[in-house]
Design a binder for this molecule. Structure first.
Ligand code: DON
Length: 347
């Protein structure tokens, strides 16, 4: 089925339908700052003592991260920042970076580049599934995965243009930094730890090269992907990155237009489809929010036109998603009317 619309038509439709609906809904901007802060404080207190999940340990450095780090940050389109708990401690961004590298490829090459080369469909399988690649190739006959699972993410990283590894890396790091509104750096311990143990991702890279999805040096692509996953962020950074997506690609804190507003809907669509992997459907059912998790313990979520929110808490569930982050984000969003599908109800 060809559902491609001319860009102008798509944007106009979104403005007329989706965004107008947000404008009519009880926007979070209409919530008093005290109400927003109270929602964060309540979610923080409710899950502070929750003892569920465990740090990721397949990357040895992640097992050593303090499991007690727990912070919530929310940023509104007018650039106001609300926080609760520890929003200073940094963790590695991990798979949340996949969103921004996908966005970079879309910015540079257009939305077709991702859809035609990688696909934009849920795999229903784990984020590092090799079977999903085989299944998409053999049973479905082509690009039927997405840029948020490892095979698609390593491919997306390989698509960032540049004449040297250093040039590619600078583009990726600068793009992430523009979203966060400050120069981000890499956690070298995490990078080294993952680089020493990422043979599975190297195999995935090789498979994507063998099937022609990756057209350049797959080991370099896997290595750059590993470095991008090791970018160090706190909850405030992540919330600002999410808020930039909520605000049509314009960082609400720095005022910089980081990506074209017309490219944001496709980024959010892939997050809604696959952001929490095999639990994406359940997440969307309960919150309606495009989101993305990382095995470092962060989750970002976007309520378009209303807010970007992030929680960091390292203990993960079986699908690789932070337990506290899922619960806290759902509570805050539901308290503030963040669900885009429930605009009229203000849910
Ligand atoms: O490739 C990996 O396994 C990690 N660098 C990232 C995985 C990840 O964050 C999955 N997310 N929940």
């Amino acid at each position: 089925m060809n559902v491609t619309k001319p860009r102008a038509t798509l944007c106009a439709a979104l403005m007329a339908g989706g965004l107008a609906a947000f404008a009519a809904a009880p926007a979070v901007a209409q919530k008093k700052p005290a109400e927003i802060q109270a929602a964060l404080d309540a979610a923080y207190a409710k899950y502070k003592d929750l003892q569920e999940g465990a740090n990721a340990d397949y990357i040895p450095a992640l097992a050593k991260v303090d499991s007690k780090i727990y912070g919530i940050a929310l940023v509104t389109p007018d650039g106001k920042v609300y926080t609760a708990g520890d929003v200073k401690s940094e963790v590695s961004i991990q798979s949340i970076s996949k969103v921004f590298t996908m966005a970079k490829v879309i910015e540079d090459q257009g939305t077709d580049a991702i859809e035609k080369r990688i696909g934009v469909d849920a795999t229903g399988m784990r984020f590092n599934s090799i079977v999903s690649v085989e299944f998409a190739q053999k049973a479905l006959g082509g690009p039927e995965i997405n840029p948020l699972v490892n095979p698609g993410a390593i491919t997306a990283t390989s698509m960032v243009g540049g004449s040297s590894r250093a040039e590619v890396w600078k583009k990726i790091l600068d793009f992430h930094s523009d979203f966060a509104g400050r120069p981000l750096t890499v956690n070298q311990e995490v990078y080294k730890s993952e680089a020493e143990t990422n043979q599975r991702n190297q195999a995935i890279g090789a498979l994507m090269y063998a099937y022609g999805f990756i057209k350049s040096d797959y080991l370099q692509a896997t290595d750059v992907y590993t470095e991008q996953c090791s970018i160090s962020v706190n909850a405030r950074d992540l919330a600002t990155m999410a808020a930039t997506l909520a605000n049509g690609g314009k960082n609400p804190v720095t005022g910089k237009q980081v990506m074209k507003s017309e490219n944001v809907p496709e980024v959010l669509a892939v997050m809604a489809t696959a952001g929490l992997y095999d639990d994406s459907g359940k997440w969307l059912y309960h919150t309606g929010l495009p989101a993305k998790s990382g095995v470092g313990g962060g989750i970002i979520a976007v309520s378009p036109g209303k807010f970007g929110i992030a929680v960091i808490s390292p203990p993960l569930d079986a699908a690789g998603n932070s337990v506290r982050a899922q619960k806290a984000i759902a509570d805050v969003s539901n308290a503030l009317g963040g669900n885009p599908y429930a605009a009229a109800a203000g849910k």
